[in-house]
Design a protein around this ligand. Structure first.
Ligand code: CMP
Length: 140
């Protein structure tokens, strides 16, 4: 399988608790390479555009407030089968359902504050990477 890229966010609950390094270690141990990374603080409007697919869900407003509540670390992860591999490393969306050893099992606080986001398909990975990074920032 060819190298693939996926988009990742280390969320405000994790940056607040100084967990960026611990989470990055999980990615690197799984063979995912961090080929781009930056720490930014989203506005609520920017978070709303990123999560627009969830605009009709009851948790959308709370989700956007949370994502704008503290800095996030946005990343591009590269590796074989990176999208699926990252989803395995993250664990289930709800930490109560996440397998032992996954990021969400170890670090997430609840379904809304679940420490990480990862793309779910090649098309969304491409869109999400393009929302946060220019081609010049993807250094490999
Ligand atoms: P993420 O993978 O970033 O994609 C959408 C996010 O919505 C998800 O992680 C959760 O953090 C959040 N989410 C999903 N379900 C709920 C819920 N029931 N209540 C609050 N937030 C949720």
């Amino acid at each position: 399988m060819a190298l693939e890229r996926t988009f990742s966010i280390i969320k405000p609950d994790a940056t607040r608790r100084n967990l960026t390094g611990a989470i990055n270690a999980k990615f690197e141990e799984a063979g995912l390479r961090i080929v781009a990374q930056k720490r930014i603080h989203l506005t609520k409007a920017q978070a709303g555009v990123f999560y627009a697919v969830h605009a009709e869900r009851p948790f959308y407003d709370e989700l956007c407030d949370f994502m704008a509540s503290a800095p996030i670390v946005c990343q591009v992860l590269e590796g074989e089968n990176a999208i699926t591999k990252n989803r395995e490393v993250m664990g289930a969306t709800n930490p109560a359902d996440a397998a032992p050893g996954t990021i969400r099992a170890e670090f997430a606080q609840c379904v809304g504050e679940n420490s990480v986001h990862g793309s779910d398909a090649p098309e969304t990975a491409a869109e999400e990477i393009a929302y946060f990074f220019s081609g010049l920032e993807l250094v490999g």
